[in-house]
Write a protein that binds this ligand. Structure first.
Ligand SMILES: N[C@@H](CCC(=O)N[C@@H](CS)C(=O)NCC(=O)O)C(=O)O
Length: 199
């Protein structure tokens, strides 16, 4: 199968880490795709024109990082990284929280780094940053209960923290000792090291 990807997209990184943790990464060929290029043919696989988009060997396109992860989790017989029974809602809720940080971070970045200066709206950026800070405070309270779990929620949390470091948007470590210690631990995983964002 082929993964249409960009090396800076945090949603792509989520899928790549997930694939490695699930042991299915060798079955994926990564195809570099510039979603923002006016000539991109990405919409033929994903009408939304976004990466990641996964195209199976049968030519079936799967999109949205969460849905791709759900699909990848069906391809192996090991421990599911998106639990089916007990713990499913807690994992999906943690995923939603971390994914919300990503959405807010990407939105704030587009407002400041992409939108022409005369159209920028500082109130929007401030609103996204306030949501990020509240979500980080929730993660700080929650992370001591995670133990050694590295499931979709923790994977997306690691990606969100890495994205804030990469784009230098929010100093998330300040005042968050537990989250800092958790990130230092998971940042040594092979899947996390191998997928560090690159410009
Ligand atoms: N909810 C989507 C978000 C994907 C997304 O926003 N990807 C960005 C790259 S970080 C993109 O392709 N943007 C192009 C666009 O919005 O036109 C997912 O989880 O896959």
């Amino acid at each position: 199968m082929k993964l249409r990807f960009s090396s800076t997209s945090p949603y792509v990184r989520k899928v790549l880490i997930f694939a490695m943790e699930a042991g299915v990464d060798k079955r994926i060929e990564s195809i570099s795709t510039s979603a923002w290029s006016p000539d991109t043919d990405l919409p033929k696989d994903n009408p939304l024109g976004k990466v990641p988009t996964l195209v199976t060997n049968d030519g079936y396109a799967v999109y949205d990082s969460h849905v791709i992860c759900e699909y990848l989790d069906t391809l192996h017989s090991g421990k599911k990284l998106i639990p089916h029974g007990e713990g499913r809602i807690a994992q999906l809720k943690l995923h939603a929280l971390a994914d919300g940080i990503l959405d807010a971070s990407v939105s704030a970045r587009i407002e400041t780094a992409v939108r022409p200066k005369e159209f920028q709206w500082q109130g929007w950026v401030d609103r996204q940053k306030a949501a990020i800070v509240r979500a980080l405070d929730e993660l700080e309270k929650d992370c001591s209960t995670w133990g050694d779990d590295f499931l979709i929620g923790q994977i997306t949390t690691a990606v969100a923290l890495g994205y804030m470091d990469f784009r230098q948007t929010v100093n998330w470590r300040e005042g968050r000792l537990a989250l800092t210690a958790w990130e230092a631990k998971v940042s040594q995983r092979r899947s996390v090291l191998a997928t560090a964002p690159k410009e």
